[in-house]
Design a protein. Sequence first.
Length: 206
Amino acid sequence: MKVVSIVSRKGGVGKTSLSINIATAAALKKKEVALIDLDPQCSAAKWGDSREAEYPAVISCQAPRLENVLEAAKENGADFVVIDSAPHSESATLAAIRAADLILIPCQPSILDLRAIADTIDLVNLAKKTATVVLNAVPTRGSLGDEAAEAIKEYKVPIAPVRIFERTAFVRCLSAGLAVMEYEPKGKAAEEISQLYKWTCKQVKL
């Protein structure tokens, strides 16, 4: 069973959207998927409640229960787990980091987001792990994405080769209880998530 944790100490960077879309991409590829929601706001869990589809299975839990929930997921045949961490809880973020085979840090190309990833990287280092930054909600025009990538270099962390751009499909799909690959299968947002999922699978050797 492979575990991918989407973490950031800053809210509003797109952790839940990435978590939902990567988990659903795996489910559409016939993986046995669990999406674990550590955020007290339960955004991913509420999205799961709004769906007609049974998969991915969405489980809301608190950080102290994460190890038990992961063990239960493994016993029930899960081969791919995505953890959506809580932004303002150091314990939840650290638990998600420690449980992960792959850690993704979403970062939007804004100065506040770029400054905020330092706190998350500190926790990754504390756990003696490595993480990869995913540029998220990148404007489709202009050079902000390239400028953000250049700024991230000072943190000495890798950047995922796939960028996720700012597209309305990411907002509309969640309102419909869907992921972008279900909402607009042939759209650009779906293609970006598909490429990010493929890259993720290579990293965890799934």
